[in-house]
Design a protein around this ligand. Structure first.
Ligand SMILES: Nc1ncnc2c1ncn2[C@@H]1O[C@H](COP(=O)(O)OP(=O)(O)O)[C@@H](O)[C@H]1O
Ligand SMILES: [Mg+2]
Length: 409
């Protein structure tokens, strides 16, 4: 039965042991906290769904294979982009456990590490982490792999290591620059719009609206396939900071979308600054609606560990305006309610997030103004052409935005 010692951070603090079993069709795992961790003064639960107690926590993959691992471990395993690379580099037939432990330890999401009995990482893919100056080479590797995954085994080996355990579907890799780790998000061969220019522009716009946002900048900006660099918020120098997605924090098993009021409940339970985080997530709902972000699912929200068994909402990331008439959210605002991207619902829900109605109106109005006055220039600042800006008009100028501008704060 494959197993791993689960440890945290640079110091490899042992927190427990993960065992994995597959009978061909079904995959199961068992995690047990170590006695030392349970007795440690600075112990904390790796996620709310994995409370500190003696004995095994069992997980069994049902229809969705991914739930064969506890959520906090699934968060540290790759999604479709990283899996595609690993399968090509290492051969098919990888189990959930393989995807988790064989991906690169140095760039792994959060602070979890998966070690053998010799206390060394089980990772199998460990080329040197590329530096910023190698971005063009990396971009070429990603493009070749996207074009012909079957014929790009060598590219896959190089990239699978540096894509590490990062989730998501878009082509990406880790790079080191200015002594920090960054996520390089590549323009995809399938993109019909300047997705990465607009992602960087939108993150900057979000920061101007007062949101806490991952630092972002555009590289190779003068080319047809620019690269968004997003600074890793789960690293501080060499320190690794535990991370869980909102999906894990909610212990959300369903394939259906979750709800922001459930995130609010979790914030009340686990945040070290619940009021700040409640206000912040409410403002992110409003921003998401105003910029027609269609990517606000539960893995695009997360929490980073704040010490003392408390967490903070992570900086915002992966916000992608999408011009479309169909205005829906991936995460509904009020539990059990509609998925409409509606500011009326956001307003109706404000008290769940400890925001007073008058203040809510004022904030909506203020954000709407900043976006209305700033979005075109924000896109141009990242090198979007006049045509490209025009294509995005529907994402920023729509009925909800117009009504938001009429709300008097
Ligand atoms: N700045 C960041 N620091 C640390 N982890 C991040 C950061 N941005 C994204 N992530 C993690 O990487 C995953 C993939 O990144 P994301 O931008 O969502 O890519 P995609 O567009 O492919 O979904 C996220 O789900 C999150 O877990
Ligand atoms: Mg994402």
């Amino acid at each position: 039965m494959p197993e791993a010692i689960v440890a945290l951070g640079e110091a490899k603090r042992v927190v427990g042991r993960l065992r994995f079993e597959s009978d061909g069709r079904r995959q199961h795992s068992q995690f047990e906290y170590s006695d030392e961790w349970l007795a440690a003064p600075d112990r904390f639960a790796l996620s709310p769904g994995l409370p500190l107690r003696e004995g095994g926590h069992f997980f069994s993959g049902k229809d969705d294979k991914r739930s064969a691992l506890p959520g906090c471990f699934a968060d540290a395993a790759p999604d479709s982009w990283g899996r595609g690379l690993m399968a090509r580099a290492l051969g098919g037939g990888l189990s959930e456990f393989d995807y988790l432990v064989l991906s690169d330890d140095r760039t792994r999401q959060g602070a979890l590490r998966f070690l053998g009995d010799d206390m060394e990482p089980l990772s199998d893919l460990t080329p040197p982490i590329p530096r910023l100056v190698e971005l063009e080479r990396l971009r070429a590797l990603a493009a070749r792999f996207e074009r012909d995954p079957g014929g790009a085994e060598e590219e896959a080996r190089d990239l699978a290591g540096v894509a590490g355990s990062l989730g998501g579907a878009r082509p990406k890799a880790n790079v080191e620059g200015d002594g920090h780790l960054w996520i390089a998000k590549f323009t995809s061969a399938q993109d019909t719009r300047p997705v990465e220019r607009v992602e960087v522009a939108t993150l900057k716009l979000a920061a101007r609206c007062g949101l806490r946002v991952a630092k972002a900048k555009l590289e190779l900006a003068n080319s047809d396939s620019p690269v968004a660099l997003i600074k890793r918020f789960d690293r501080r120098g060499n320190t690794r900071i535990p991370y869980i997605s909102a999906k894990t924090a909610l212990d959300w098993e369903s394939d259906e979308g979750g709800f922001y009021t459930d995130i609010a409940d979790v914030i009340r339970q686990i945040s070290s600054k619940p009021i700040d985080d409640l206000h912040e997530i409410w403002r992110r709902i409003v921003f998401t609606i105003l910029v027609s972000n269609k990517d606000d699912h539960l893995k695009n929200h997360g929490f980073i560990y704040a010490g003392g068994d408390r967490w903070r909402l992570s900086p915002a990331f992966d916000i992608n305006p999408s011009p479309s008439r169909h205005r829906v959210l991936e995460t509904g605002i009020i539990q059990g309610g509609s998925f409409d991207a509606s500011l009326d619902i956001a307003l109706e829900a404000c008290e769940f997030f400890d925001v007073k109605r008058e203040s809510a109106k004022a904030q909506i109005s203020e954000m709407a103004k900043i976006i209305a006055e700033g979005w075109r220039q924000a896109l141009r600042d990242q090198g979007s052409s006049a045509d490209e800006v025009r294509v995005y008009a529907d994402a920023f100028e729509h009925d909800e935005a117009a009504r938001a501008l009429r709300i008097v704060g």
